[in-house]
Design a protein around this ligand. Structure first.
Ligand SMILES: *Cc1c(COP(=O)(O)O)cnc(C)c1O
Length: 399
């Protein structure tokens, strides 16, 4: 609606629609279909639906549309398409634009399901994918050719929080006419300026920070109006991966507090990382907001924040890492992220269990590695929980 609103205002009001009742809260239009006043009106709408005219919820719905407009506004894209999950967004962004014979370059450090799409599914349809070390601009330069249709990366990798230089990779891709698709989950819509930095298509799993309370699966593809309406929408609406209106309503409500939550989590993550750094039980603490992170400068330029996740390596390995996790009182053992509840994950045995050992070695997924998604609890309580759990493994190891 209003381009000059600041992010926090957009997060509360952008895209809102009110029925004739003037309800204050966003309504859930939990309807699959829409009634036309006349047969002629139905014919006209099927010929060309206007901006706020709907046909069928798989094609679009007022609640879903509100969510799409809200996220597009803060991401800085002309349009967006909401999907049933983050993976529907990733696969939809890729499958809708690629065809047999195309070439894609992707960073190697990917969320397991993203790797499956790029490595297994695209290959099955005759799309050739070259994997590179995402942090190495020279590797992107070597891999991208005039035949490359798209580049794909996670702007901050899971679980070792390595950044891809969005501006650098986009410049390389654009020189060869390739489209830049950025999975931006770890950077969050709040700290991201991916579009400004050159990304053409930004995808989110809204299951993470956007919901922020671990309730619903969802995803979204943000891009130009042309890309969304001419490429993404026909593919998504006919293959069935659209977001449900109920999920869109949950996400709309999540967005009202997204800025406050991401900033509070990032502040706590910075305090947690500082408290853990140098701890004798840890061989490394990975947090892009720390001076010690090799890409600290890039993180500050790209996001202006270290983000909401911290990773650290329990030096004594898997058994000690498990003892540490089992000793946590506040922090939950799970595998979501961006949740109000802080979550500890052991990637080597869960999210990345199926990766072959050589790939784990390559990506730094060691037996002691813990990924911590910092939630909304009091940072002092979290630090107390972490240091307390670390002290118990210290004791078991020395006895
Ligand atoms: C969670 C996640 C996804 C997949 O999202 P779902 O909502 O679980 O389908 C994709 N990419 C990244 C980086 C993720 O963290």
């Amino acid at each position: 609606m209003t381009k000059d609103w600041k992010t926090r205002t957009q997060l509360v009001h952008e895209g809102s629609r009110r029925s004739q009742y003037g309800e204050m809260a966003e309504a859930i239009f939990l309807t699959q279909g829409f009634v036309y006043p006349t047969a002629e009106a139905a014919e006209a709408r099927f010929l060309k639906a206007g901006d706020d005219e709907f046909i069928y919820a798989r094609y679009g719905n007022p609640t879903t549309r509100s969510f799409e407009e809200r996220i597009a506004a803060i991401e800085g894209t002309e349009d967006a398409f909401a999907t049933a999950s983050g993976m529907a967004a990733v696969s939809g962004a890729l499958m809708s634009m690629l065809r047999a014979g195309d070439h894609v370059v992707s960073s190697r450090a990917l969320f397991g399901s993203c790797l499956y799409i790029l490595e297994e599914v695209l290959a099955r349809y005759g799309v050739q994918v070259t994997f590179v070390d995402g942090a190495d601009l020279a590797a992107w330069e070597r891999a991208v050719t005039p035949a490359t249709k798209a580049v794909f990366f996670e702007s901050m990798s899971n679980p070792t929080l390595e950044l891809v230089d969005i501006e650098g990779v986009s410049a390389i891709a654009h020189r060869h006419g390739a489209i830049v698709i950025c999975d931006n989950v770890f950077s969050t819509p709040i700290f991201s300026r991916a579009v400004e930095q050159g990304a053409d298509v930004v995808v989110y799993s809204t299951t993470k920070h956007i919901d922020g309370q671990g309730r619903a699966l969802g995803g979204v593809i943000c891009a130009s109006r042309d890309f969304i309406r001419k490429t993404v929408e026909p593919y998504m609406k006919h293959t069935g991966g659209s977001m449900s209106p109920f999920t869109a309503w949950i996400m709309l409500n999540g967005m009202a507090t997204l800025d406050l939550r991401c900033r509070a989590m990032a502040d706590s993550a910075a305090r947690v990382a500082a408290a853990l750094q140098g701890h004798p039980a840890l061989s490394r603490v990975i947090f892009p907001g720390l001076d010690s992170h090799p890409q600290h400068g890039l993180a500050m330029r790209q996001m202006g924040s270290g983000g909401t996740l911290v990773a650290f390596d329990i030096a004594a390995g898997k058994e000690a890492a498990f003892a540490f996790m089992n000793a946590l009182q506040i922090i939950k053992i799970s595998n979501n992220l961006g949740d109000a509840k802080s979550i500890a994950t052991h990637p080597a045995t869960t999210t990345h269990q199926r990766l072959p050992q050589d790939q784990k070695d390559l990506l730094g997924i060691t037996p002691g590695l813990i990924r911590l998604s910092v939630g909304l609890e009091d940072a002092d309580d979290l630090i107390g929980d972490l240091l307390g759990a670390l002290s118990t493994i210290g004791r078991t190891m020395t006895t």
